[in-house]
Ligand binder design. Structure first.
Ligand code: AMP
Length: 306
């Protein structure tokens, strides 16, 4: 694996592959690599000819200065892990290389950024993400870029910008990798002390409780959110947000009549964690809706009935 710091060097390293028609994968990361990142790199290795892993802690997407300062960094170890997982190029630019003096351009996706993380973290967060991802796509010009479902809203935003800006790249979502107890892997988990670490399972337990209730036939968002919230409070964790939303627009949903995204954020100690699950109406509840003669996609949402 070759480590590259300059954008020109990355371009020239990829030119022969592009000329020969080999497929290029990009896996953007902020480092502190864990099994979640590794699963993206391994998949890229299986599916493409050349694998570029970018490692850049992007100051523009941090809404809290202390979060940026405390972000774990260990490039040497990250390089070893990326190489073992099959990366060909580790692209690790400096802040000055990414943001040259006088930098004045940003990419702003409206709509899906105005909810959930966009509310909690402010509009700068997704502006920072959208700008850096647009730049990385321009630098590596990959055929496929790999992102984790763990950051579900980020995926929605990136798909939106790729469509809107006509970027010739396929965005591949990859499943969330979890610890044995269900906690979604995250670079920020390292900051949890042992007591916080055991409470942190509250987020995945909430998702599991709601998924279970949906499988039993529950369709009311209110009821599903109640059961999820109760699971979190039982661990002493207060949700910052806990919402059932449309997986594409991220608008709130009142009924689980078709696939929906259950998204949660919470602080455990000083560490802010997010997680999500896709919920589907159970076959049992679809049958009940059909028997009642109501096409389930046309049922009125609860609020409209009230
Ligand atoms: P980050 O370094 O946190 O910016 O994450 C880089 C990429 O890894 C993003 O596409 C994340 O969604 C993805 N990722 C982070 N955690 C996980 C996880 N637990 N499972 C799968 N993908 C993940």
């Amino acid at each position: 694996m070759r480590t590259v710091r300059a954008i020109d060097e990355l371009r020239s390293a990829l030119t022969p592959a592009r000329r020969e028609g080999r497929t290029i994968a990009l896996v953007p990361t902020m480092g502190a690599l864990h099994e979640g990142h590794i699963s993206l790199i391994r998949r890229a290795r299986r599916e493409c000819d050349v694998v570029v892993v970018s490692l850049f802690v992007n100051p523009a997407q941090f809404d809290e200065h202390s979060d940026l300062e405390r972000y774990p960094r260990d490039e040497r170890h990250d390089g070893e892990l990326a190489s073992q997982a099959g990366a060909d190029i580790l692209f690790a630019p400096t802040v000055d290389e990414m943001y040259p003096a006088g930098f004045a351009t940003s990419v702003e996706v409206l709509g899906p950024t105005e909810r959930l993380e966009g509310v909690s973290r402010g509009s700068e967060h997704f502006r920072g993400v959208s700008t850096v991802v647009t730049k990385l796509l321009g630098m590596a010009q990959p055929d496929v870029a790999y992102f984790g479902q763990k950051d579900a809203q980020q995926l929605v935003v990136i798909r939106r910008l790729v469509t809107d800006l006509n970027r010739p790249v396929r965005i591949q979502a990859c499943p969330t990798v979890r610890e044995r107890d269900g906690l979604a892997m995250s670079s920020r988990n390292a900051r949890l002390d042992p007591a916080e670490r055991s409470r942190a399972v509250a987020l995945s337990e909430a998702l599991r409780a709601a998924t279970q209730r949906a499988a039993e036939g529950e369709r009311s968002a209110e009821a599903l959110l109640d059961v999820a919230c109760a699971a979190m409070l039982a661990r002493g964790v207060q949700p910052e947000y806990l919402e059932l939303v449309d997986p594409e627009t991220l608008q709130p949903r009142d009924q689980l009549t078709r696939e929906a995204l259950l998204a949660v954020a919470a602080r455990v100690g000083d560490t802010r964690l997010i997680d999500n699950a896709i919920l589907r109406p159970s076959a049992a509840s679809s049958e009940a809706a059909l028997k009642s003669g109501t096409p389930h996609d046309e049922r009125l949402p609860r609020k409209a009935i009230a």
